[in-house]
Design a protein around this ligand. Sequence first.
Ligand SMILES: [Zn+2]
Length: 140
Amino acid sequence: MNGEKYSVARFQPAGFDYPVLKFFQPLDDKGKQIGLSDFNECAHPHLAYREALMNIYLKRKIAVKKWLDNVELKTVLCCWCPHTRKAQQQMNLHGNFVCHTEVIGGYLRTLNSNIKIVMDEDRLFHMRRLWTWRPETLKI
Ligand SMILES: [Zn+2]
């Protein structure tokens, strides 16, 4: 995808060195990773996961808004989830994978409803949706 690239992942694969947006990493304030498996015992694990991450992102709202107000028109938030072992396991078990970029997308839309969100093909076709809004279909 074209645009200014940032990493929102916890790690970047070898060969990548994008600027990191720490406030979007799926980590709580103590640095503990937030993953779907943390919510296996919940009645609705996916919704519990989304809510937990949203609560973390809401606490970082000032930093996120500051970034959002100054961001380039075309910005690409990168996470390498689809290629991780965990995501591959989820794909094999459920036919889709969960990625925190889905939560970020929903969060950004709550901050600015005019924002257009485009997904790469991995996400468009294989990511478990946690919101009901539809991503843009434009090619960028
Ligand atoms: Zn991810």
